[in-house]
Design a protein around this ligand. Structure first.
Ligand code: KIV
Length: 312
Protein backbone atom coordinates (compact mmCIF):
# COMPACT_ATOMS: atom_id res chain seq x y z
CA UNK A 1 0.00 0.00 0.00
CA UNK A 2 1.48 3.39 -1.00
CA UNK A 3 1.50 6.29 1.46
CA UNK A 4 -1.38 7.96 -0.38
CA UNK A 5 -3.50 4.84 -0.52
CA UNK A 6 -6.16 4.49 2.15
CA UNK A 7 -8.55 1.59 2.79
CA UNK A 8 -11.50 3.96 2.18
CA UNK A 9 -10.28 4.57 -1.35
CA UNK A 10 -10.19 0.86 -2.15
CA UNK A 11 -13.65 0.50 -0.64
CA UNK A 12 -14.99 3.29 -2.86
CA UNK A 13 -13.69 1.69 -6.02
CA UNK A 14 -15.24 -1.64 -4.98
CA UNK A 15 -18.57 -0.12 -3.94
CA UNK A 16 -18.86 2.00 -7.04
CA UNK A 17 -18.58 -1.12 -9.17
CA UNK A 18 -21.70 -1.52 -11.25
CA UNK A 19 -21.60 -4.56 -13.51
CA UNK A 20 -23.00 -2.55 -16.41
CA UNK A 21 -20.37 0.17 -16.09
CA UNK A 22 -16.81 0.01 -17.31
CA UNK A 23 -14.72 0.94 -14.23
CA UNK A 24 -11.00 0.54 -14.92
CA UNK A 25 -8.86 0.34 -11.77
CA UNK A 26 -6.51 2.87 -13.34
CA UNK A 27 -7.63 5.11 -16.18
CA UNK A 28 -5.18 4.93 -19.08
CA UNK A 29 -5.09 5.86 -22.77
CA UNK A 30 -6.58 2.43 -23.43
CA UNK A 31 -9.47 3.17 -21.06
CA UNK A 32 -10.27 6.40 -22.94
CA UNK A 33 -10.71 4.32 -26.10
CA UNK A 34 -12.84 1.82 -24.18
CA UNK A 35 -15.13 4.56 -22.91
CA UNK A 36 -15.64 5.72 -26.47
CA UNK A 37 -16.20 2.23 -27.85
CA UNK A 38 -18.75 1.45 -25.15
CA UNK A 39 -20.41 4.85 -25.62
CA UNK A 40 -20.01 5.36 -21.89
CA UNK A 41 -19.53 9.05 -21.09
CA UNK A 42 -16.72 9.97 -18.71
CA UNK A 43 -16.02 13.05 -16.63
CA UNK A 44 -13.10 15.45 -16.55
CA UNK A 45 -12.59 18.21 -13.98
CA UNK A 46 -9.73 20.59 -13.54
CA UNK A 47 -7.61 20.11 -10.41
CA UNK A 48 -4.71 22.23 -9.28
CA UNK A 49 -3.72 20.92 -5.85
CA UNK A 50 -3.20 17.72 -3.84
CA UNK A 51 -6.30 17.74 -1.64
CA UNK A 52 -8.73 18.62 -4.44
CA UNK A 53 -7.18 15.97 -6.69
CA UNK A 54 -7.61 13.39 -3.93
CA UNK A 55 -11.27 14.32 -3.39
CA UNK A 56 -12.03 14.20 -7.12
CA UNK A 57 -10.13 10.94 -7.58
CA UNK A 58 -12.05 9.41 -4.67
CA UNK A 59 -15.29 10.66 -6.23
CA UNK A 60 -14.47 8.57 -9.30
CA UNK A 61 -13.74 11.40 -11.75
CA UNK A 62 -12.00 9.58 -14.59
CA UNK A 63 -9.72 12.34 -15.87
CA UNK A 64 -8.15 15.32 -14.10
CA UNK A 65 -6.89 18.29 -16.07
CA UNK A 66 -4.27 20.54 -14.56
CA UNK A 67 -5.50 23.31 -16.81
CA UNK A 68 -3.72 26.55 -17.50
CA UNK A 69 -7.00 28.07 -16.27
CA UNK A 70 -5.17 27.95 -12.93
CA UNK A 71 -3.52 31.18 -14.08
CA UNK A 72 -6.91 32.79 -13.45
CA UNK A 73 -8.57 30.67 -10.77
CA UNK A 74 -5.52 30.06 -8.56
CA UNK A 75 -3.00 32.76 -9.45
CA UNK A 76 -5.39 35.65 -10.12
CA UNK A 77 -4.19 36.61 -13.60
CA UNK A 78 -6.77 38.14 -15.97
CA UNK A 79 -6.24 35.36 -18.56
CA UNK A 80 -4.22 32.17 -19.10
CA UNK A 81 -1.32 33.77 -20.98
CA UNK A 82 1.08 34.51 -18.14
CA UNK A 83 1.43 31.11 -16.50
CA UNK A 84 4.82 29.40 -17.04
CA UNK A 85 5.99 25.81 -17.37
CA UNK A 86 7.57 25.91 -13.91
CA UNK A 87 4.39 27.23 -12.33
CA UNK A 88 2.30 24.59 -14.12
CA UNK A 89 4.72 21.85 -13.05
CA UNK A 90 4.38 22.86 -9.41
CA UNK A 91 0.63 22.14 -9.64
CA UNK A 92 0.95 19.01 -11.81
CA UNK A 93 3.21 17.42 -9.18
CA UNK A 94 0.72 18.19 -6.41
CA UNK A 95 -2.19 16.75 -8.41
CA UNK A 96 -0.15 13.65 -9.24
CA UNK A 97 0.52 13.09 -5.53
CA UNK A 98 -3.22 13.23 -4.82
CA UNK A 99 -4.27 10.92 -7.65
CA UNK A 100 -4.25 7.15 -7.85
CA UNK A 101 -6.86 6.23 -10.41
CA UNK A 102 -7.65 9.18 -12.63
CA UNK A 103 -5.82 10.00 -15.86
CA UNK A 104 -3.84 13.20 -15.20
CA UNK A 105 -3.45 15.66 -18.06
CA UNK A 106 -1.01 18.58 -17.90
CA UNK A 107 -1.91 21.64 -19.92
CA UNK A 108 1.08 23.03 -21.80
CA UNK A 109 1.02 26.79 -21.23
CA UNK A 110 1.23 29.59 -23.79
CA UNK A 111 4.65 29.83 -25.49
CA UNK A 112 5.83 26.49 -24.11
CA UNK A 113 5.29 24.70 -27.45
CA UNK A 114 5.65 27.52 -29.97
CA UNK A 115 9.31 28.56 -30.13
CA UNK A 116 11.05 25.46 -31.46
CA UNK A 117 10.37 21.77 -31.75
CA UNK A 118 13.24 21.00 -29.40
CA UNK A 119 12.03 23.32 -26.68
CA UNK A 120 8.47 22.04 -27.07
CA UNK A 121 9.60 18.42 -26.74
CA UNK A 122 11.68 19.24 -23.69
CA UNK A 123 8.77 21.04 -22.02
CA UNK A 124 6.34 18.22 -22.78
CA UNK A 125 8.87 15.74 -21.42
CA UNK A 126 9.14 17.68 -18.17
CA UNK A 127 5.42 17.31 -17.53
CA UNK A 128 5.76 13.54 -17.85
CA UNK A 129 9.16 13.00 -16.22
CA UNK A 130 9.07 15.61 -13.45
CA UNK A 131 5.32 16.15 -13.10
CA UNK A 132 4.20 12.55 -13.43
CA UNK A 133 1.39 13.45 -15.85
CA UNK A 134 -0.22 10.78 -18.03
CA UNK A 135 -0.59 13.13 -21.02
CA UNK A 136 -0.12 16.72 -22.11
CA UNK A 137 -2.73 18.97 -23.69
CA UNK A 138 -2.08 21.64 -26.27
CA UNK A 139 -4.27 24.01 -28.22
CA UNK A 140 -4.80 24.40 -31.97
CA UNK A 141 -3.92 22.49 -35.10
CA UNK A 142 -1.25 24.48 -36.95
CA UNK A 143 1.25 22.59 -39.11
CA UNK A 144 3.88 22.97 -36.38
CA UNK A 145 1.49 21.75 -33.69
CA UNK A 146 0.54 18.70 -35.77
CA UNK A 147 4.22 17.84 -36.34
CA UNK A 148 4.87 18.19 -32.64
CA UNK A 149 1.92 15.92 -31.77
CA UNK A 150 3.25 13.29 -34.20
CA UNK A 151 6.69 13.38 -32.60
CA UNK A 152 5.33 13.32 -29.05
CA UNK A 153 3.13 10.36 -29.91
CA UNK A 154 6.13 8.52 -31.43
CA UNK A 155 8.15 9.17 -28.28
CA UNK A 156 5.33 7.86 -26.10
CA UNK A 157 3.87 11.08 -24.75
CA UNK A 158 0.08 10.96 -25.16
CA UNK A 159 -1.42 14.24 -26.35
CA UNK A 160 -4.90 15.67 -25.84
CA UNK A 161 -5.89 18.28 -28.42
CA UNK A 162 -8.02 21.39 -27.85
CA UNK A 163 -10.11 23.14 -30.51
CA UNK A 164 -12.93 25.67 -30.71
CA UNK A 165 -12.38 28.41 -28.20
CA UNK A 166 -8.67 28.17 -27.48
CA UNK A 167 -8.02 30.58 -24.59
CA UNK A 168 -4.32 30.93 -25.47
CA UNK A 169 -5.44 32.69 -28.69
CA UNK A 170 -7.39 35.26 -26.64
CA UNK A 171 -5.54 38.28 -28.02
CA UNK A 172 -6.42 37.24 -31.58
CA UNK A 173 -9.97 36.16 -30.73
CA UNK A 174 -10.70 39.33 -28.74
CA UNK A 175 -12.83 37.54 -26.11
CA UNK A 176 -14.34 34.26 -24.93
CA UNK A 177 -17.07 33.62 -27.46
CA UNK A 178 -18.73 30.74 -29.31
CA UNK A 179 -16.63 29.40 -32.22
CA UNK A 180 -17.47 27.60 -35.47
CA UNK A 181 -20.89 29.17 -35.80
CA UNK A 182 -20.88 29.44 -39.60
CA UNK A 183 -20.85 26.55 -42.07
CA UNK A 184 -17.41 27.63 -43.30
CA UNK A 185 -15.75 27.85 -39.86
CA UNK A 186 -17.49 24.67 -38.71
CA UNK A 187 -16.17 22.81 -41.78
CA UNK A 188 -12.64 24.05 -40.99
CA UNK A 189 -12.98 22.91 -37.39
CA UNK A 190 -14.13 19.43 -38.45
CA UNK A 191 -11.11 19.21 -40.76
CA UNK A 192 -8.78 20.30 -37.95
CA UNK A 193 -10.28 17.73 -35.58
CA UNK A 194 -9.55 15.01 -38.12
CA UNK A 195 -5.94 16.19 -38.54
CA UNK A 196 -5.44 16.10 -34.78
CA UNK A 197 -6.67 12.52 -34.63
CA UNK A 198 -4.46 11.60 -37.58
CA UNK A 199 -1.45 13.19 -35.85
CA UNK A 200 -1.97 10.91 -32.84
CA UNK A 201 -4.10 12.76 -30.29
CA UNK A 202 -5.68 10.42 -27.74
CA UNK A 203 -8.62 12.74 -26.96
CA UNK A 204 -9.89 16.12 -28.09
CA UNK A 205 -11.32 18.96 -26.00
CA UNK A 206 -13.99 20.95 -27.85
CA UNK A 207 -14.67 24.29 -26.21
CA UNK A 208 -17.63 26.55 -27.00
CA UNK A 209 -18.77 25.13 -30.31
CA UNK A 210 -22.39 24.52 -31.38
CA UNK A 211 -23.93 21.18 -30.35
CA UNK A 212 -24.29 20.01 -33.94
CA UNK A 213 -20.65 20.66 -34.82
CA UNK A 214 -19.48 18.79 -31.70
CA UNK A 215 -21.82 15.92 -32.62
CA UNK A 216 -20.44 15.65 -36.16
CA UNK A 217 -16.86 15.62 -34.85
CA UNK A 218 -17.74 13.08 -32.14
CA UNK A 219 -19.31 10.76 -34.71
CA UNK A 220 -16.41 11.08 -37.17
CA UNK A 221 -13.52 10.58 -34.73
CA UNK A 222 -12.33 7.35 -33.14
CA UNK A 223 -10.86 9.24 -30.19
CA UNK A 224 -13.15 10.63 -27.47
CA UNK A 225 -14.27 14.24 -27.61
CA UNK A 226 -14.45 16.13 -24.33
CA UNK A 227 -16.93 18.99 -24.45
CA UNK A 228 -17.02 22.24 -22.54
CA UNK A 229 -19.88 24.39 -23.75
CA UNK A 230 -20.16 22.02 -26.70
CA UNK A 231 -23.43 20.25 -25.92
CA UNK A 232 -24.44 16.75 -24.87
CA UNK A 233 -23.20 14.74 -27.86
CA UNK A 234 -19.54 14.72 -26.80
CA UNK A 235 -18.05 11.51 -25.41
CA UNK A 236 -17.02 13.25 -22.18
CA UNK A 237 -17.64 16.54 -20.39
CA UNK A 238 -15.16 18.84 -18.68
CA UNK A 239 -15.71 21.80 -16.36
CA UNK A 240 -13.47 23.98 -14.26
CA UNK A 241 -13.67 22.90 -10.61
CA UNK A 242 -13.83 26.48 -9.32
CA UNK A 243 -16.82 27.13 -11.58
CA UNK A 244 -18.87 24.17 -10.36
CA UNK A 245 -18.08 25.09 -6.75
CA UNK A 246 -18.77 28.80 -7.19
CA UNK A 247 -15.27 29.70 -6.03
CA UNK A 248 -14.30 31.95 -8.93
CA UNK A 249 -16.34 34.87 -10.21
CA UNK A 250 -13.96 36.22 -12.85
CA UNK A 251 -15.93 34.81 -15.76
CA UNK A 252 -19.42 33.29 -15.66
CA UNK A 253 -19.94 31.08 -18.70
CA UNK A 254 -23.55 30.09 -19.38
CA UNK A 255 -22.57 26.43 -19.85
CA UNK A 256 -21.44 26.05 -16.23
CA UNK A 257 -23.64 24.25 -13.72
CA UNK A 258 -22.99 25.14 -10.09
CA UNK A 259 -23.07 21.92 -8.10
CA UNK A 260 -22.25 23.28 -4.64
CA UNK A 261 -21.95 26.84 -3.23
CA UNK A 262 -18.48 26.20 -1.80
CA UNK A 263 -17.35 29.79 -2.38
CA UNK A 264 -20.29 31.07 -0.35
CA UNK A 265 -19.78 28.46 2.36
CA UNK A 266 -16.06 29.34 2.59
CA UNK A 267 -16.94 32.99 3.16
CA UNK A 268 -19.57 32.07 5.75
CA UNK A 269 -17.09 29.84 7.60
CA UNK A 270 -14.40 32.55 7.55
CA UNK A 271 -16.86 35.18 8.84
CA UNK A 272 -17.99 32.86 11.65
CA UNK A 273 -14.37 32.03 12.58
CA UNK A 274 -13.48 35.73 12.81
CA UNK A 275 -16.55 36.39 14.94
CA UNK A 276 -15.64 33.51 17.28
CA UNK A 277 -12.08 34.85 17.68
CA UNK A 278 -13.26 38.39 18.38
CA UNK A 279 -15.84 37.17 20.90
CA UNK A 280 -13.42 34.75 22.64
CA UNK A 281 -15.49 31.75 21.52
CA UNK A 282 -12.54 30.10 19.84
CA UNK A 283 -10.65 28.07 20.87
CA UNK A 284 -12.51 26.18 23.60
CA UNK A 285 -10.07 25.99 26.57
CA UNK A 286 -10.27 22.18 26.74
CA UNK A 287 -11.84 20.64 23.66
CA UNK A 288 -9.77 22.73 21.22
CA UNK A 289 -6.61 23.35 23.26
CA UNK A 290 -4.39 21.55 25.79
CA UNK A 291 -4.30 22.55 29.48
CA UNK A 292 -1.09 21.78 31.41
CA UNK A 293 -1.08 18.95 33.96
CA UNK A 294 -1.86 20.30 37.42
CA UNK A 295 1.39 19.10 39.03
CA UNK A 296 3.54 20.61 36.27
CA UNK A 297 1.65 23.87 36.46
CA UNK A 298 2.19 24.01 40.23
CA UNK A 299 5.93 23.36 39.77
CA UNK A 300 6.16 26.05 37.11
CA UNK A 301 4.41 28.51 39.36
CA UNK A 302 6.92 27.78 42.14
CA UNK A 303 9.88 28.25 39.77
CA UNK A 304 8.52 31.60 38.63
CA UNK A 305 7.83 32.70 42.25
CA UNK A 306 11.36 31.66 43.27
CA UNK A 307 12.89 33.97 40.70
CA UNK A 308 10.35 36.74 41.35
CA UNK A 309 9.05 36.38 37.80
CA UNK A 310 12.53 36.88 36.23
CA UNK A 311 13.92 34.22 33.89
CA UNK A 312 17.56 33.39 34.61
O1 KIV B 1 -7.33 25.22 -18.80
C1 KIV B 1 -8.43 24.66 -18.71
O2 KIV B 1 -9.04 24.57 -17.64
C2 KIV B 1 -8.99 24.08 -19.92
C3 KIV B 1 -10.40 23.59 -19.85
C4 KIV B 1 -11.33 24.73 -19.84
C5 KIV B 1 -10.70 22.63 -20.92
O3 KIV B 1 -8.35 24.04 -20.92
Amino acid sequence: MSIHQTPERDTFIQEAKDPTLYMPKKVTVKSLKQFKNRQQPFAMLTAYDYSTAKLLDDAGIETLLVGDSLAMTVLGHPNTLSVTVDEMLHHVKAVRRGTQRAFVIADMPFMSYHISKEESLRNAGRFIQEGGADAVKLEGATTETLELIERLSEIGIPVVGHLGLTPQALLNLGGYSMQAKTAHTAYKLIQEAQTLENAGCVALVLEMVPNEVAKIITERLDIPTVGIGAGPACDAQVLVIDDILGRYGGVNPSFVRRYAPVGELTQKAATQFRQDVIEHHFPHPEAESTPMEEGELFALQQMLDLHHGRLT
